[in-house]
Design a protein around this ligand. Structure first.
Ligand code: PBG
Length: 319
């Protein structure tokens, strides 16, 4: 059948008809809101989600998020002091560990996930200790594993390694199991690209590399087969779910991962993706809310079961 018998506009005639046949819906259950915890409160007027909270402020923010219907958060820490190894990351009294205990004590119902990486904690801003100018892959594994265990012991329900070292999922799985944390899932940022879209995040957590860049460990944005190999290895090492990051430049990667693997697939709608729409919205160049909903819908349509997004709190008000 073709025109004029077929007229696709028939089902687009009203909001009610469009809603009836809509293929993709946004559900707050699938969204994770990133939170930044540091030594001092530092609001960010232009990009509110990148403001830092203290451990003390965090309980109130968590209660507010819960009231709005947000289900899950991902914690990032900014330590008092950074050093060459990033030792603040696995300190039992570190900022993320204290934040987790505080939320547990406040009986928060939010799913508590943590980003496991050393770049916020190293003085040089790279994702592990250095050997010359290069991140020492194998020395980093042990430190990531310690970090993940200390997060789990402090109350994290899911740990999310984002460093892109080879072998980190296996190292973290073994360490969690040894520490009687075999029930803690690993959501691996398996396909994490070396991206220009992490800018506002690095400013928020002060983790821009002091020299060089992250192209020696994060994926080349030109490659999709290599991303699938990363996923394959992480699955074999015991990952419970796979994350693709950033989301919007990599919708094809989300789709490819979705088709190849049966694990839950997540996507991280990163800081630069959020900031672009905020900036354009502030200038009146586009309708921020519509652009945000369209972007998030595209990420879910591409195949993401879980979306980490700075829009989560605003989305809770819109849905
Ligand atoms: C840590 C990490 C980064 C992001 C999440 N975890 C920064 C990076 O790899 O440089 C970026 C998130 C964002 O931009 O929103 N390695």
């Amino acid at each position: 059948m073709s025109f004029p018998a077929t007229r696709l506009r028939r089902l687009r005639r009203s909001d009610r008809l469009r809603a009836l046949v809509r293929e993709t819906r946004l559900d707050l259950d699938d969204f994770v809101f990133p939170l930044f915890v540091g030594p001092r409160t530092e609001p960010n007027a232009d990009l509110p989600p990148f403001g830092r909270l203290t451990v003390e402020d965090l309980a109130a923010e968590a209660a507010e998020l819960e009231r709005l219907g947000v289900r899950a958060v991902m914690l990032f820490g900014i330590p008092d002091e950074k050093d060459a190894e990033g030792s603040g990351a696995w300190d039992d009294d570190g900022v993320v560990q204290r934040a987790l205990r505080t939320l547990r004590e406040a009986s928060s119902n939010l799913v508590l996930t943590t980003d496991v990486c050393l770049c916020e904690y190293t003085s040089h801003g790279h994702c592990g200790p250095l050997d010359g100018e290069d991140v020492d892959n194998d020395a980093t594994l042990e430190l990531l594993a310690r970090t993940a265990v200390s997060h789990a012991e402090a109350g994290a329900e899911i740990v999310c390694p984002s460093d892109m070292m080879d072998g980190r999922v296996a190292a973290i799985r073994a360490a969690l199991d040894d520490a009687a944390q075999s029930h803690i899932p690993i959501v691996s940022y398996a396909a994490k690209y070396a991206s220009a879209f992490y800018g506002p995040f690095r400013e928020a957590v002060d983790s821009a590399p002091a020299f060089g860049d992250r192209r020696g460990y994060q994926l080349d944005p030109a490659n999709v087969r290599e991303a699938l190999r990363e996923c394959e290895l992480d699955v074999r090492e015991g990952a419970d779910a796979l994350l693709v990051k950033p989301a919007l430049p990599n919708l094809d990667v989300i789709r490819a991962v979705r088709e190849r693997f049966d694990l839950p697939v997540g996507a991280y709608n990163v800081s630069g993706e959020y900031a672009m729409l905020k900036a354009a919205g502030a200038r009146g160049w586009l309708d921020e809310r519509q652009a945000a909903v369209e972007s998030l819908t595209a990420i879910v349509r591409a195949g993401a079961d879980v979306v980490v997004s700075y829009w989560t709190k605003e989305l809770a008000g819109w849905l």
